[in-house]
Design a protein. Structure first.
Length: 489
């Protein structure tokens, strides 16, 4: 169930892959948080019965970590759900439920996980908030698996609300040009175009690798109000989220003939630019604050790190079948992650669509680069040659020299229910890495939820950043809707 290089012993133990061991390093102890809103109150007994029939049949959720010297192994064990399902006693007259949820989850980031049991837990909070009747909070150690696989696993426990026997539908990525079949007249041009793309990919990969090594050695992002100091990985995190219309994002996508990832990256660049411009303006001396003018420094190096899952993500149907079988079905699992660095353009633009065009150019270039595969191989070589401690120190230094983590995950196309409880939103994130800001986009049904994980000592008002991101999306949507040039295309 782990990556190549792991093995099992006679007692059924499975060694952690080097990549999974990395997430247990002292300065790289990463956890995944999934905040899930529910449209009804939650019945813990029903949830417990559902978990018994599904999730705990998965080997990683029914194994505890055993540390034997330098070796780390997954040891199958009997799961006592009472140890994993936490239902806090709540005062029915809580004055600010949304604030209570934020404080509760932030407090979880200060509590180490208990290594004497499988490394996951589910908190059931039956408290009505502004966007849900109750809240689930999953906390899962990152060594169990990467975010994409874990999200697929959790969704395999859900069913369509309008068809309780059916698994949710997830969009399938289509390869651009997969149906292209060149004619004899166009074959020569197709050949030279392919050669040109290969040459560009080689060049882009070399440049990205040089920048990757430079970031490890000396290249640091500009110190801004978003960049955390040394030791930020040990600080508590606060998670805030905001759901926006997925239809608005699709409108921009269709108008400009681009991808959803192009849109959300452009929205993020616009939102961060607005936030930083205000922060720099407010930090000026009295009388110098200019809220409506450019307060940004002339040159800002701001980059996001993206962890790319290089393992084919198990399909929902496959995972559902796995959990329905009593036998321990073998399926590739664990962490197989490469690094990708996205440079962000921080500026104020008169045309909001310019942020989208910049984002598309960045993503189009990254598509013609082998950066994630090369960085994965480098990390694998360092792990094999120097061990986990050195690899963790290098990874920590690399991430510390960038500003934020950025990711997006595709969710179900229709409304789903988790053990009979219809979901209002899904908001996953991560903590334990050396960034003061993590930005995650999660689609679900007709919503896109923006999730921010922040160190409040660096970003004391994360809701303002949510406001900036939402406002930027509205500006971009309006610009796309009323742009006559786009209508003519």
């Amino acid at each position: 169930m782990e990556t190549a290089g792991s093995s099992s012993d006679d007692q059924g133990m499975v060694k952690l892959s080097p990549e999974s061991r990395l997430f247990h390093a002292p300065r790289f102890n990463c956890h995944i948080i999934a905040i899930i809103g529910c449209k009804t109150s939650i019945n813990p007994s029903v949830v417990k019965l559902g978990l018994e029939q599904t999730l705990i049949k998965h080997p990683r959720f029914s194994s505890k970590l055993v540390v034997d010297g330098r070796n780390m192994k997954w040891n199958p064990t009997t799961v006592n759900l009472e140890d994993h399902i936490i239902v806090p006693n709540l005062d029915a007259d809580i004055e600010s439920p949304d604030q209570f949820i934020e404080d509760y989850i932030s407090h979880l980031t200060t509590i180490p996980m208990d290594l004497s049991k499988p490394l996951w837990e589910l908190h059931i909070i039956n408290l009505k908030t502004s966007d849900a009747e109750a809240i689930w909070v999953f906390r899962i150690h990152h060594s169990i698996g990467d975010g994409a696989s874990l999200m697929s696993l959790l969704l395999a426990c859900t069913r369509k609300t309008d068809d309780p026997e059916a698994l949710p539908s997830i969009p399938v990525k289509k390869r651009a040009g997969s149906s292209f079949s060149p004619s004899s007249d166009g074959l020569v041009w197709w050949f030279f175009l392919s050669i040109w793309k290969i040459l560009r990919m080689i060049w882009n990969s070399l440049v990205d690798l040089v920048l990757f090594c430079a970031t490890i050695l000396f290249l640091k992002d500009t110190k801004t109000p978003l960049k955390g100091p040394q030791g930020v990985d040990l600080k508590p995190r606060r998670f805030v989220y905001r759901s926006v219309s997925l239809d608005d994002i699709k409108l921009v996508k269709n108008k400009m003939n681009i991808t959803i990832n192009d849109v959300i990256l452009g929205v993020t660049q616009a939102g961060l630019s607005q936030y930083l411009n205000r922060e720099y303006g407010e930090n000026k001396k009295d009388g110098e604050t200019q809220h409506n003018k450019v307060n940004l420094p002339k040159s800002i190096l701001l980059r996001a790190t993206v962890l790319v899952n290089l393992r084919p993500t198990p399909g929902i149907q496959t995972l559902a079948d796995l959990m329905n079988k009593e036998s321990n079905v073998k399926w590739g699992w664990g962490n197989r992650l490469g690094y990708l660095v996205l440079p962000f353009t921080v500026s104020l633009q008169d045309d909001p669509l310019h942020y989208i065009r910049q984002a598309k150019a960045t993503i189009d270039r990254k598509k013609l680069s082998l950066e994630p595969f090369c960085t994965f191989q480098i990390a694998k070589l360092v792990l094999f040659t120097f061990g986990v401690k050195v690899a963790a120190a290098i990874a920590h230094r690399f991430l510390s020299n960038t500003t934020l983590a950025f990711s997006s995950v595709v969710g179900p196309l229709e409304e789903v229910s988790f053990y009979g409880h219809p979901l209002a939103f899904i908001a996953p994130s991560v903590y334990g890495h050396p960034h003061a800001l993590t930005v995650h986009f999660q689609s679900y049904f007709n919503k896109m939820t923006i999730v921010l994980a922040v160190d409040v000592d660096v970003i004391p008002h994360p809701h303002k950043l949510c406001d900036d991101l939402e406002h930027s999306l509205n500006l971009i949507k309006d610009a796309a809707l009323y742009n006559k040039e786009l209508d003519a295309v």
